[in-house]
Write a protein that binds this ligand. Structure first.
Ligand SMILES: Cc1cc2nc3c(=O)[nH]c(=O)nc-3n(C[C@H](O)[C@H](O)[C@H](O)COP(=O)(O)OP(=O)(O)OC[C@H]3O[C@@H](n4cnc5c(N)ncnc54)[C@H](O)[C@@H]3O)c2cc1C
Length: 417
């Protein structure tokens, strides 16, 4: 089922009776070439690129709940390629290019809005760091513009520019960054993977991973055993639990990250804005709600909801940066489980068990990674070799210490990334 202006017109004139479900609801088969565990953004994108780039369609995605019910439907939708370190910058640069072609590639409106991301800075030292990051982005081929105090004032008039503690000195502007509709990204990949023959199986929890003589042979699920030559684990916040089914202990802690949205307001914020000193970020949704969030809740948890101290911290930061926000009512808040690695960078690698592959450790930044991660993970599973932009996301960097990518410079404490 394709979308086009003609199709929408035709359906509008014929009572919208021609639309069909976007994907099938197949029974799991006993055998697949490849099983992907996890029907979030990364799992669905992996299945799509396995089919599209490698012609592999005897593939099942097993999802314990419903497609897109995890973090891919819980995030604050920010897409960007403003990383600094080698390894990360190539990967996110590639991912952003895939975002830019995604709507055409999937024939689905993901509401990609390149409204620009601005990282504020509040001291001379932070300006130097922003300039360095901007140069790294430019060298990578991405876009970065250093804005001064006056330019920030013109673009973001509602902020408290002269805050006594954190006066705004300027910002690093990344015009190609922005937001996209998160559910639509999951639905678009699901629909496109299904149309190429991939089985998307919902309400199917993986409860065990079968390994014989050091090689994966399949999985146990709540809907029976499924054999597979290759298995990919792509379960975000649940990565440690699922990897433990294969006897692995991952360098990952799971923490909750909360987000908030206000009632709809008139347009007042044209960009995505981050306020590093308060650990706060904000954008305005197409419906008018201010969407914002902050730091992790500082305890490990598998509960997809946060606690009051985390909420209080975010609200304080919001009022500090944008005092007028105090007049808006918060409509909803929610949480998601983040798979935090010690260096804040992800893992796309072999597991050490033949035929078993890992994709995890996206911390709080995995939404923008969805297309790049799916592309690179599909490459790894299909060819058994690392895709160049993701080649540094190795698991063994946490045992050897070589190749760590500590983007935030916060050391090895999971919850500080
Ligand atoms: C509040 C919040 C704000 C965020 N903001 C941003 C942002 O602005 N920009 C950004 O880039 N990133 C952001 N993120 C991070 C981003 O959402 C995640 O890194 C990313 O979505 C994780 O990958 P995923 O989509 O595949 O995860 P998920 O959607 O969580 O997919 C994993 C799936 O695996 C399934 N699963 C788990 N265990 C099993 C099992 N045993 N068997 C079968 N299935 C299983 C789960 O049900 C789930 O559907 C945010 C996250 C949160 C919570």
């Amino acid at each position: 089922m394709g979308f086009s202006a003609f199709r929408i017109l035709k359906e509008g004139l014929t009572g919208n009776t021609g639309w069909r479900p976007h994907w099938r609801d197949p029974e799991p088969r006993a055998d697949y070439d490849i099983v992907i565990i996890g029907g979030g953004g990364h799992g669905l994108a992996t299945a799509f690129y396995l089919a599209k780039e490698h012609g592999l369609t005897n593939v099942a995605v097993l999802e314990k709940g419903y497609l897109g019910g995890g973090n891919v439907g819980r995030n604050t939708t920010i897409v960007r390629a403003n990383y600094c370190l080698p390894g990360n910058s190539q990967f996110y640069s590639h991912s952003l290019k895939l975002w830019e072609g995604m709507e055409q590639e999937l024939n689905f409106n993901t509401m990609m809005s390149q409204r620009g991301v601005i990282n504020l800075f509040h001291s001379d030292g932070q300006r130097d760091h922003a300039a360095r990051r901007g140069n790294a982005m430019a060298i990578q081929g991405d876009d970065a513009i250093l804005l001064d105090r006056t330019q920030i004032r013109e673009r973001l008039p509602f902020l408290d520019h002269d805050n006594g503690r954190f006066p705004i000195y300027g910002g690093l502007y990344h015009p190609r960054g922005g937001t996209a509709r998160h559910d639509a990204v999951a639905w678009g990949y699901a629909r496109a993977a299904d149309s190429r023959g991939v089985d998307l199986i919902q309400n199917c929890e993986v409860t065990g991973i079968d390994i014989e003589n050091g090689r994966v042979t399949g999985v146990q699920t709540t809907r029976g055993a499924i054999r597979a030559r290759k298995v990919g684990i792509v379960v975000a916040g649940r990565s440690s639990q699922v990897a433990a089914m294969a006897g692995m202990r991952l360098p990952i802690e799971s923490h909750v990250l909360q987000a908030f949205v206000t009632e709809g307001l008139k347009p007042c914020l044209d960009h995505v804005v981050t306020f590093g000193m308060g650990h706060f970020y904000i954008s305005q949704s197409d419906k008018g709600g201010l969407v914002f969030g902050g730091d992790l809740d500082f305890y490990a948890s598998y509960a997809a909801r946060g606690n009051l101290p985390g909420a209080e911290h975010v609200m304080e930061a919001a009022c500090t940066l944008m005092p007028s926000i105090t007049k808006a009512r918060v409509l909803r808040s929610w949480g998601g489980i983040m798979d935090m690695t010690p260096d804040g960078s992800p893992i796309i690698d072999h597991s050490g068990i033949e035929g078993l592959y890992l994709n995890c450790g996206w911390c709080y930044g995995g939404f923008k990674a969805v297309p790049g991660s799916g592309f690179s993970f599909a490459h790894l599973i299909a060819t058994d070799s690392h895709h160049a932009p993701a080649a540094r996301f190795r698991l063994d960097r946490f045992t050897t210490g070589r190749g760590l990518m500590d983007e935030e410079g916060t050391g090895a404490q999971h919850n500080l990334h």
